[in-house]
Design a protein around this ligand. Sequence first.
Ligand code: PLP
Length: 411
Amino acid sequence: MSMDIKEIAEQYGTPLYVYDFDYIEERYSSLKDAFAGKKSLINYAVKANSNLSVIAHLAKLGAGADCVSIGEVKRALSAGVSKYKIIFSGVGKRDEEIRAALEYDILLINLESEAEMKRVEMVAKALGKEARISIRVNPNIDPQTHPYISTGLHENKFGVEIEMAKRMYIYAKKSEFLNPVGIHFHIGSQLTKLEPIAEACGIVADLVRSLKAIDIDIKFFDVGGGIGVVYDDEQTIAPQAYTDAIFQATKGLDVTILCEPGRYMVANAGVFLTKVLYEKVNEEKRFVIVDGAMNDLIRPSLYNAYHRIEAVAKEADTPENKKTPADVVGPVCESGDFLGKNVPLPPLEHNDLLAVHSAGAYGFTMASNYNTRPKPAEVAIQGDKVKLIRKRETYEDQVRLELECMEESAE
Ligand SMILES: *Cc1c(COP(=O)(O)O)cnc(C)c1O
């Protein structure tokens, strides 16, 4: 993708997200192929990168969508994902979100608590509908990832314990307005070890067997997302090893396997491009100040996440280009505003371009307007074509809703 990165930056400006759609297709196929011969559906986790063109690209390949708000459900539908391939997860759903999900008639509403089950039942009853539900089980497994992105321990807010899940299934089975057809777990993100996933699969598959024994027929076995990717030098999970572990755990069960990868599909499809504004050196440190910031890509500030950063078209290892460590920092008024620390970089000048790698997941979707900075534009590369998939925000975009209020109160 180093292909005309400089030209793209010149044409569309910086800061800029660029996504390689061919790579996304390869990732989708690599996982889909590993499910060959089994009933399966890949529900792309929209929150990783919810650009409509990204979702539409995956929908064309056959992907479904895992959504965590009704806004994401709407994105999935407008990007062309079939309603029967959409699931709606998340620990807190408003009544109107539940109502909309039922009216859209999506595949599954994923429940995360008993109280939520009762709300869904009430809303379904009011609409005279039966809600297809799954229950998120918390298998109490340490996924061995960053604590902020670990979700499968009882200390985390997600899902319900096995015994509670059982009681909920029995209740739902009796309810006229609930149809318990799925089971779900998601133990964390950026998982690089297979064992915790295999263990969780085993625990949840045993629960499914005991439910089938009491005539609660679980049809969808949802293993969540979380497959890790390479940011630096991580070991990752091979798709075939992943699916083999799932098949092993679900042996003998007649279920459709759902999985919800987000990061796996898009993280390494994306690069964040930013331009050097100045260098600043003091006695302690070398700073490279760039036009991209934490409001554009918050992962380094939020999780201390590592993103490889390189100077585009400056890699020649000549004595003049000798690399020395620098902190790459943005213009936002926070000490936590950095994209990388101690990054080996050659001497840089105004307008030199830096590529921040692995930025396709949880990059743009976590962007904000902090410091009244416009959100960056997004561009897709597919084959030899480059297209703009989101325009750069303007000042007017940012203040429109406030201006409308001022105009109304002036009337
Ligand atoms: C965030 C999330 C995912 C996707 O996680 P990745 O690490 O991006 O694969 C999948 N399912 C649920 C329920 C999630 O909350």
